[in-house]
Design a protein around this ligand. Structure first.
Ligand SMILES: [Zn+2]
Ligand SMILES: [Zn+2]
Length: 266
C-alpha cells in the first residue's frame, strides 16, 4: 500500500480526528509509513483554519506518537505550511526550528483570501482568478521555499464557480513551467494530492496534464497525499492516483524521514 504523506488530525482547525485513529487506519491499510501534516496558516482574513498551530506541543505530541507505534508503522512528524510572502520570515523560522520529517508548502491564500470562499471569485473571470492564484504560487516560491513538496498546485480549481469544468492547464503553461522548473532546480517534490478525486472533480491536484508536463521537464520527485481530514479518507483513492502517476511516466514516489527523500516503487 502506498504510504500517505498528507494527513490532518484534530490539531488542524478543520479536522476533529483523533491522531490515534489516523494511525490505526493507516496500519489497517497496510502502510509502512504515514505522515501527519497538520495546518499551520498564519492568521489572515477568511483563513480556512481558525488559528495558527501551537507548533511546540504539536511536535512533542507527534514524537510521542512516533515512538508509540514505531514497531508497527513509521509516523512522520510533518506540517502543512500555508505559504504567504508576507510571512516568509516566520515560515523560515518554523521550518528550521523543529525536527521535521516532512514539510508541505501549500498556497491557501491570495490577496489574504482563501479561494474556498466565493468572494475570491467575485468581480473577475474564473480564468483571471486561476491565473492570479498560479502567479501568487510563483511569488510564494521566490519568497520562501524551504519545504519538501509543493502541495496541491492547482488547489484553486476545486473552488471556482464552475470548478474545473473549463480549466485547461495548457492555458497557464507559461507560469506552470516556471513553477515546475523552480521545483526541479531545487530538488523540491511535486505533490499528487488525490482529495479532489474524492470530491468528484475527476482529477487529482495537480491535473494529470501538469504531472506529465513536470515529467517532460525532467521532474521525478513526487509525493502522494490523501489530504484526509478524517481517518476513513486515508489512502483514498490511491489506486486511482497510482494509475494516473504511472500513466504520466512515474515509477516511484518519495516518502520523507528527517527531511530526506526515500524512493518507493509505485
Ligand atoms: Zn492544503
Ligand atoms: Zn492539507
Amino acid at each position: 500500500m502506498i504510504s500517505d504523506s498528507h494527513i490532518h488530525t484534530n490539531f488542524s482547525g478543520d479536522s476533529s480526528e483523533d491522531p490515534h485513529n489516523s494511525v490505526a487506519q493507516a496500519i489497517k491499510l497496510g502502510m509502512e509509513e504515514m505522515c501527519i501534516t497538520d495546518h499551520h496558516d498564519f492568521p489572515l482574513p477568511l483563513s480556512i483554519s481558525a488559528e495558527p498551530l501551537e507548533v511546540g506541543p504539536y511536535v512533542s505530541y507527534l514524537q510521542d506518537l512516533q515512538r508509540t507505534y514505531e514497531k508497527q508503522i513509521f509516523v512522520g512528524v510533518g506540517i502543512e505550511l500555508g505559504l504567504d510572502p508576507m510571512c516568509a520570515d516566520a515560515l523560515a523560522d518554523c521550518a528550521r526550528s523543529y525536527p521535521w520529517d516532512f514539510i508541505i508548502g501549500s498556497v491557501h491564500h491570495v490577496r489574504a483570501m482563501d479561494p474556498y470562499y466565493p468572494l475570491f471569485f467575485e468581480g473577475k473571470t474564473e480564468k483571471q482568478c486561476f491565473g492570479e492564484f498560479f502567479e501568487a504560487t510563483l511569488e510564494n516560491l521566490r519568497a520562501f521555499s524551504d519545504f519538501d513538496t509543493l502541495g496541491h498546485l492547482d488547489y484553486v480549481v476545486r473552488y471556482g464557480p464552475n470548478k474545473n469544468k473549463f480549466y485547461r492547464p495548457a492555458d497557464y503553461f507559461d507560469i506552470f513551467d516556471e513553477i515546475l522548473r523552480f521545483l526541479i532546480d531545487r530538488g523540491i517534490c511535486l505533490e499528487c494530492n488525490v482529495s479532489a478525486l474524492r470530491r468528484g472533480l475527476g482529477q487529482p491536484n495537480p491535473h494529470p496534464d501538469l504531472l506529465r508536463r513536470y515529467r517532460e521537464l525532467g521532474g521525478e520527485l513526487i509525493t502522494i497525499g490523501s489530504d484526509a481530514h478524517k481517518a476513513i479518507d486515508i489512502g483514498v483513492p490511491f489506486d486511482v492516483g497510482r494509475d494516473i502517476l504511472l500513466g504520466a511516466g512515474f515509477t516511484h514516489y518519495a516518502v520523507f524521514k528527517s527531511r530526506k527523500p526515500q524512493m518507493r516503487k509505485l
